[in-house]
Write a protein that binds this ligand. Sequence first.
Ligand code: ADP
Ligand code: MG
Length: 325
Amino acid sequence: MKINEIGEFGLIGRIAERFKSLIPQGWEGIGDDCAVIPWGNDRSLAVTTDLLVENVHFLRERITPYDLGYKSLAVNLSDVAAMGAKPVATFLSLGLPAGTVGVEWCDAFFEGYRSFGVPLLGGDTTSSPEGIVINITVLGLAENWRIKRRNAARAGDLIAVTGPLGDSAAGLQAILQHLPPDADTEELIRRHHCPRPHLAEGEWLGAQESVRAMMDVSDGVASDLLHILRASSLAATVRANDIPVSPLLRKTAARKGWDVLEMALAGGEDYVLLLTVDPAHINDLQKRFAERFGHPLYVIGECRTGDPEISYRDTASHFTGFKHF
Ligand code: ADP
Ligand code: MG
């Protein structure tokens, strides 16, 4: 059977099934943004790892080594933020085609990586026959009561995101279409290359009792929300008119004829947080969030009982997120 017949998540499901019986009591493995390992009595380690492959996740000629170092760590830190944890240590393994990657390239990569101020404690370095391969592992730490999981959503919960969606997908379009550089497309490309992991927001939301499920948006809300719905056995309604889109994306999409909603819901790589909130506390949470962070917490829909699927309002379209296979 070919992998694309079962897809990325079919394959991950097979792996999870095979290793389930080996996981110690109280540990949490495959299925959330991070694995959770008890660390003393009151705290846990949240551990995540991600792989970036040249020509799959980035084009070497189109991203500076500094930005690549930044983004490689940013996408991992985002998974730690998604659990409500704080990153404490990282490990980095690199596969480098020695003939085409120089020391200066590596130095700039490490500067971008270092910009978050999280220590690098080890890793591995090998040659690679062709493309650059980057694997990062991040360890986060959190008091147990703060940790948010994908399976904690309840029927009636409101669904929220911590920032606008679609800028990253638009930046990718600008790269792929080789758009002539102007201030707007360069800014969208910057948002694609340098997404800000919502670490402070994640830690703060982790401490809010009214927040139930949480994850980060890496593949697009259309597919990421389904992970929360499957883990929590719920359906959801998402209102297209409530999807937050930056003024820059709205303006650029109008000029280029891009489908804003498709970019916002199916594009991915925005690395904002997606969460569900007890509806009784949403006003208070939104108010305190805006006061604390200076930007809104956007409500985009709600959870309801039903099979895990999303119904879209205010649009006739249906959306799917990024697929690897
Ligand atoms: P994220 O986008 O949050 O990093 P993924 O969608 O990549 O999460 O992965 C979903 C879950 O599957 C995570 O818990 C991840 O650790 C696990 N996973 C993915 N690939 C593998 C693998 N090859 N072996 C074991 N677990 C995996
Ligand atoms: Mg994630």
